[in-house]
Design a protein around this ligand. Structure first.
Ligand SMILES: [Zn+2]
Length: 315
């Protein structure tokens, strides 16, 4: 059976059931008051799909509250289609393509894809190189820093720092304002274990940073040396090549205020890729695990206290 024939992509009720099974994996919770026991499904023809009632605070709710789906009128099955497409396209899928494929407006497609990127975002520290593993560190340049004149070198471009843990095959990417040691040092130190071995290129900022780790070695790209035995940054450069081909070929333009979301998208797909035994469907399910508490561009109507209560119920 084609993946695209699955009921949750076509039937809104099935789509709600699919999302509920993942967001409420540990039981249904009222997003208003945190009640986990006394809630029930509302029936009746005029009731909207997926509506429940809380018998504690007496308010109705759906699984969308407190997630990237909140305040969206897009049918849930179209959301699942969009998530699947973004998860299954190695270099990403443009808002224009989503707009044409899903039959929603371009503006809606743009909002949807940014919210899905938020669901993919992982803000936890990487913890790379624990136990003395190898971590490759490198930077790349893309687009243009806001308000900067174009110059010959990279100074006018936006800067992306990426770390790849060789033993787990996972990457972590972030936007950095510059490549000063004072900027990079705290980021690298909080994401890489002290006992790690760092492999970089010859860039001078890594010489000082490298001293804080068990070992640091580099290849000298300037003199044509890219690999010396085990020492190279080919893994992280491979990561950049997918990222840059996607950003140039699919997304074409990206402002600095959105760049971190695109990084989250590429990092998510890379860290949940086929080589690590994650297929397209599992990747889409992992995205659904990240929809809670990640609403973006919308008024924050759900207080932090309620979110905390909600989490407590789910433990
Ligand atoms: Zn309630």
């Amino acid at each position: 059976m084609s993946v695209l024939s699955r009921p949750e992509f076509h039937d809104e009720e099935a789509a709600y059931a699919y999302v509920e099974a993942r967001v409420w994996a540990n039981g249904r919770v009222c997003p208003h008051c945190g009640e986990c026991e006394r809630t029930g499904k509302l029936g009746g023809k005029s009731t909207r799909i997926g509506t429940y009632k809380c018998y504690s605070c007496r308010k109705p709710f759906t699984v969308k509250i407190g997630t990237i789906f909140e305040s969206s009128h897009v049918p849930m099955n179209l959301w699942l289609q969009a998530i699947y497409l973004m998860c299954a396209s190695k270099k990403g899928i443009s808002s224009n393509q989503l707009h044409r494929t899903l039959g929603v407006t371009l503006k809606t497609a743009w909002f949807m894809s940014h919210r899905i990127r938020e669901a993919m975002r992982n803000d936890t520290l990487a913890g790379f190189g624990a136990g003395g593993g190898v971590v490759e560190v490198d930077e790349t340049f893309i687009g243009r820093e806001p308000g900067m004149e174009k110059k010959a070198a990279y100074h006018h471009k936006m800067k992306v720092l990426t770390l790849v843990d060789r033993s787990t095959g996972r990457a972590k990417s972030m936007v950095v304002d510059d490549l000063k040691v004072s900027t990079l040092m705290p980021i690298i130190r909080e994401n890489i274990a002290k006992e790690a071995t760092l492999y970089t290129d010859e860039a001078s900022h890594y010489t000082r940073i490298g001293k804080h780790f068990a070992s640091h070695d580099f290849t000298t790209h300037k003199s044509g040396e890219y690999v010396r035995g085990d020492v190279h940054t080919n893994t992280v450069e491979g990561y950049f090549s997918v990222f840059k081909r996607g950003m140039k070929g699919v997304y074409q333009h990206c402002g600095k205020k959105h760049l971190h979301r695109y990084l989250a998208e590429y990092e998510f797909r890379y860290n949940n890729r086929a080589a690590l035994d994650v297929n397209d469907a599992a990747r889409a399910d992992f995205t659904l695990n990240g929809v809670v508490g990640k609403r973006v561009l919308y008024r924050d109507s759900l207080g932090a206290q309620t979110l905390r209560r909600r989490r407590r119920c789910q433990i």
